[in-house]
Design a protein around this ligand. Structure first.
Ligand code: MEV
Length: 438
């Protein structure tokens, strides 16, 4: 019987590990060894990582790779990607190389407005609330001037505050819908600090507003928080080429490839079961760059999937057309990213990633991330409508299977050679290994 522990966070790291081993891991020496094996040999680096969050026991490695040859608005970039999934980086690299000789990726930031809300309940006279808001808006804006000082110097700040009536959704529900420009920072802390200050000011001003009766003076603030749905923080990316320059192989002509590709996109546009997987493939590229550059991939995921159903049903984020012999493939997505603040100034590998990307602004990073998403989707759909994904995927996965079977370097070399001409499956690899070993 396990008893709950109090004061766990106050224990030293070694004590936390010992408690864990004793309570859940049958004092396994191996688990302890593995946890410690992933500590950084440099104490300062280790401490830095431990302090990113709480109750840290060890570090969790993910591969940090690079996909070269991305021609983006005429500039050639190598994109750092952090992912555990085999074939994601290989697929991105292939798509980059393909489009590099066909004009590259054309990408444009459409807007960069972020938003957040003060959600409150007010069950009084709506006209009085509107009058109160129009008379108080200046005070609301003034109340955050200290918080916004530095951001204003950088050209950002609060853009607007609107009073929105949401009483058709919930009795008495109103909100202050606030918009922000946060320049090169993702801006979560900035936005949330402003919103909490707006909420305080709203309460104080309401309390002093003479036309309100007692109940109205006590409008109830429920919460103040940024939204990760950012449909006004958008980037659009496109590739195009004459059909005659599109992919072909011995089994498929350029034209048939283009038609099949377009139909695959149409299926993702009309069929949510397919759209989710289709968009997951896009997120394979997006998340990998978002992670490598120290941004919040959960926020990005939530915002993009919400955008994928903005018109009422979940649909493909990418679209394609074939007109006058020209194939076009594009995507428009919301992305709230930062290249200053947060992990970007702290995590040593994130700093390197941003250096590899030539120290991009947040707008430039939006462009790069969108490009990675479109490239990933192109590679996935191309495989799906030609050879299927398993051939490439399993080739890349071969190394994982070999490692899981503890193959030696010589065994690996021999089997990599063998599987150039044979189908990779778990059982085939195991069988071949056994043959070599016997
Ligand atoms: C696998 O991680 C991603 C794919 O399933 C995406 C797709 O189906 O488009 C290959």
């Amino acid at each position: 019987m396990i008893t709950p522990i109090t004061g766990f966070s106050k224990l030293k790291k070694e004590e936390k590990i010992d408690w864990l081993l004793k309570t859940y891991l049958q004092n396994s020496e191996n688990s302890k060894k593995v946890l410690k094996q992933y500590w950084n040999h440099d104490d300062a680096v280790q401490q830095l990582h431990e302090e990113f969050t709480e109750n840290t026991l060890s570090n969790f490695y993910l591969p940090f790779g690079i996909a070269p040859n991305f021609l983006i608005n005429g500039e050639l970039l190598a994109i750092p990607m952090t992912t555990e999934e085999s074939s994601v980086i290989a697929a991105a690299s292939k798509a980059a190389k393909f489009w590099q000789t066909r004009g590259g990726f054309k990408v444009e930031v459409l807007n960069t407005t972020k938003n957040g809300q003060v959600h409150f309940i007010y069950k009084g006279d709506k006209e009085k609330l509107e009058k109160f808001f129009s008379e108080t808006k200046e005070s609301l804006l003034d109340s955050v001037s200290d918080i916004t000082k530095n951001m204003r110097k950088r050209g950002g700040g609060v853009l607007d505050i609107e009073l929105l009536d949401k009483t058709n959704l919930l009795d008495g529900y109103y909100q202050l819908h606030c918009t922000f420009e946060t320049k090169d920072s993702m801006g979560a802390n900035f936005i949330n600090s402003c919103l909490e200050k707006f909420a305080d000011t709203l309460k104080t001003e309401a309390n002093n507003f003479e036309s309100f009766n007692d109940a109205e003076k006590h409008l109830e603030v429920i919460m103040s928080i940024l939204s990760n749905y950012v449909p006004e923080c958008l980037v659009r990316v496109e590739v195009s080429c004459p059909v005659s320059e599109l992919y072909e192989d011995k089994d498929i002509s350029h034209e048939v490839f283009a038609e099949k590709f377009l139909t695959a996109i149409k299926i993702a546009e009309v069929e949510p079961y397919r759209a989710v997987t289709h968009n997951k493939g896009i997120m394979n590229g997006i998340d990998a760059v978002v992670l490598a550059t120290g941004n919040d991939f959960r926020a990005v995921e939530a915002g993009i999937h919400a955008y994928a159903c903005k018109d009422g049903s979940y649909t493909s984020l990418t679209h394609a057309s074939l007109e006058n012999g020209v194939f076009k493939f594009w995507m428009e997505i919301p992305l709230a990213l930062g290249t200053v603040g947060g992990l970007t100034n702290l995590h040593p590998l994130v700093k390197v990633a941003l250096e590899i990307l030539q120290k991009p602004s947040a707008r430039e990073l939006m462009e790069i991330v969108a490009v990675a998403g479109l490239a990933q989707n192109f590679a996935a759909v191309k495989s799906l409508v030609t050879n299927g994904i398993q051939q490439g995927h399993m080739k890349m996965h071969l190394m994982n299977i070999l490692n899981s079977q503890n193959a030696t370097p010589t065994e690996k070399e021999e089997l990599i050679h063998y599987f150039k001409k044979h189908t990779v499956t778990h059982s085939n690899v195991a069988e071949q290994l056994e043959q070599i070993r016997n």
